[in-house]
Design a protein around this ligand. Structure first.
Ligand code: ZN
Ligand code: ZN
Length: 414
C-alpha cells in the first residue's frame, strides 16, 4: 500500500512533471470521489506551488451508473452547456488540467451500448472546442491514475478489495517511477530516451510502416511532414509538460487514406466502460471495411459508426514490449496503462501537432495532408513479443524498425 509520503511524491510529480503548474495559474482537476484523499493532497501541494485556484470536478462511478439506469434518453444525449462553459472558461484563463482516471472497467457492462454511444457522442460534440486546447497543446494537461476498489478488483480478481487496492497502488507507483528516490529526475532521464527515439524517427521520414504478427498484416502510410512525438510536450506558452503518466510511447499520425490490410488486437479495449476483446479490423484505403470481435462486437460497431472519421486511424504509436507496464505482466483494463505496454494505433481524430504546421491548418487543409478528424479518439493495443515492423524509406528501401516486439533501431544511443 502506498503510504502518505509516497502519495505526496506522486502528487508533486503530477503537478511538476505532469502539468508543470506555474505560479498564479489555476488548476482544474477531474477526480474520482473515491480518490478524495489523494486529490486533497494534490490540491494542497498545488497551492504550495503557487496555484491561484484549484477547482475539482468530482466523478462518481455509482452515480454515473444510476443515471444510465434511470435517466431518459433525452437526458443521456444532453451534455449541459454549463459544463462546457466551465471547462472552456478555465481553459481560456490558461488553467492547467489534471485528470485522474480510475473508472471501473465493467461499470457500464449491463447498459445498452447505444445509450453509452449516445452519451459519448454528445460529450465529444459539446467538448469539441475545449478539446482544441488539449489536442493542440494550447494549455498544459496531464492524465494520471490512482486505484479505486472496483477497478483494482478487476485487475486482481482473486484478492480482497483492500489487498487489490494495495497491489494496484504498488504496481502504479513502480510504473510511474514514484518508487525511485527522485521521481522527477527519473522522468527527466526517461523523457531523454523518448526524445532520442523520436529524433531518429523524424530523421528517417518513413513513407510507411509494415506490421507483421499473428493475425496482423498491415501497411500504414505516413503523410509527408509527419512528426514523431513522445514524452514531454511544450505548450503554446512554452511550458514543458507530460500529457500522460505513465507514457512509454513515441507516436505520429497515419495517412487517413493510406492504411491497408488487417490488424488484430492484443489486449482488451475498455471503451467508455464496455470491453471489446479479441478483435480485428480490416482496412482498405484507410477505412475499416470489415471487423470482428469475440467480445463487445456491438460496442465496436457503435464506435466505428460514431462518424466518418471513427473508421479511420488517427495515431500510430511505438512502445517496446519490455516497457515497465508490460513487465508488470498485468492487464489494467485502462488505456492509460495498457497502451503503454504495447504498440498501439487509434481510431478517430489525429493530433494536428503531429504534422508540420498542422496546428494552424483548417479542417480542409488537414484532410488534404491526410490528417484524420473525428469526434472520437480511441487507442487499442496491437503489440506483442511477436510483432515485427519494417519502415520504408523515401528511396523505397526497407529496414527493420521493430523485431520481436522491441526496437531494432538504436534508440539507446549506444
Ligand atoms: Zn498513444
Ligand atoms: Zn491515443
Amino acid at each position: 500500500m502506498a503510504d502518505q509520503k509516497t502519495k505526496e511524491k506522486y502528487a508533486e510529480l503530477a503537478l511538476r512533471t505532469g502539468v508543470n503548474l506555474q505560479k498564479n495559474q489555476a488548476l482544474m482537476i477531474n477526480a474520482p470521489i473515491e480518490g478524495a484523499d489523494f486529490t486533497r493532497i494534490v490540491a494542497r501541494k498545488a497551492y504550495e506551488l503557487g496555484a491561484k485556484d484549484v477547482h475539482i470536478n468530482w466523478a462518481d462511478d455509482e452515480l454515473t451508473l444510476l443515471k444510465y439506469e434511470n435517466a431518459p434518453d433525452e437526458v443521456i444525449e444532453d451534455f449541459p452547456e454549463w459544463r462546457v462553459k466551465l471547462y472552456e472558461s478555465y481553459a481560456e484563463d490558461g488553467a492547467a488540467v489534471l485528470s485522474i482516471r480510475s473508472t471501473n472497467p465493467d461499470l457500464l457492462k449491463d447498459i445498452d451500448s447505444s445509450r453509452v454511444a449516445m452519451a459519448n457522442k454528445a460529450s465529444a460534440q459539446a467538448m469539441k472546442n475545449f478539446r482544441q486546447y488539449t489536442m493542440n497543446d494550447r494549455i498544459t494537461w496531464s492524465i494520471i491514475s490512482i486505484p479505486t476498489g472496483d477497478w483494482a478488483q478487476k485487475v486482481f480478481p482473486d484478492k480482497s478489495r483492500e489487498n487489490a487496492v494495495a497491489s494496484l497502488w504498488d504496481a502504479i507507483v513502480k510504473i510511474v517511477r514514484v518508487d525511485q528516490a527522485d521521481p522527477i529526475a527519473a522522468w527527466d532521464a526517461h523523457n531523454e530516451t523518448l526524445k532520442t527515439a523520436r529524433e531518429i524517427l523524424n530523421r528517417k521520414k518513413y513513407t510507411k510502416l509494415i506490421y507483421k504478427a499473428p493475425g496482423t498484416d498491415l501497411e500504414i502510410g505516413l503523410p509527408q511532414g509527419h512528426i514523431w512525438k513522445g514524452g514531454s510536450a511544450v505548450s503554446e506558452q512554452g511550458t514543458t509538460f507530460n500529457p500522460n503518466m505513465p507514457t512509454e510511447e513515441v507516436f505520429s499520425l497515419p495517412h487517413k487514406y493510406h492504411v491497408n490490410g488487417t490488424v488484430a488486437s492484443t489486449k482488451p479495449l475498455n471503451y467508455g466502460g464496455s470491453l471489446i476483446d479479441n478483435f480485428s479490423l480490416t482496412f482498405k484505403d484507410g477505412k475499416v471495411v470489415d471487423y470482428k470481435a469475440e467480445q463487445g462486437e456491438e460496442t465496436l460497431k457503435h464506435l466505428l459508426e460514431t462518424d466518418e472519421g471513427a473508421s479511420r486511424l488517427g495515431e500510430v504509436a511505438l512502445v517496446p514490449h519490455e516497457s515497465p507496464v508490460s513487465q508488470s505482466g498485468l492487464i489494467f483494463y485502462n488505456t492509460l496503462f495498457d497502451e503503454n505496454a504495447s504498440c498501439h494505433i487509434a481510431l478517430g481524430k489525429a493530433y494536428p501537432t503531429n504534422l508540420e504546421g498542422g496546428a494552424a491548418m483548417d479542417d480542409q487543409e488537414l484532410d488534404k495532408h491526410g490528417v484524420n478528424d473525428s469526434l472520437t479518439h480511441v487507442d487499442f493495443m496491437i503489440g506483442s513479443e511477436n510483432l515485427d515492423i519494417d519502415g520504408v524509406l523515401e528511396d523505397g528501401t526497407t529496414e527493420a524498425v521493430f523485431r520481436n516486439g522491441t526496437w531494432a533501431l538504436n534508440v539507446k544511443g549506444d
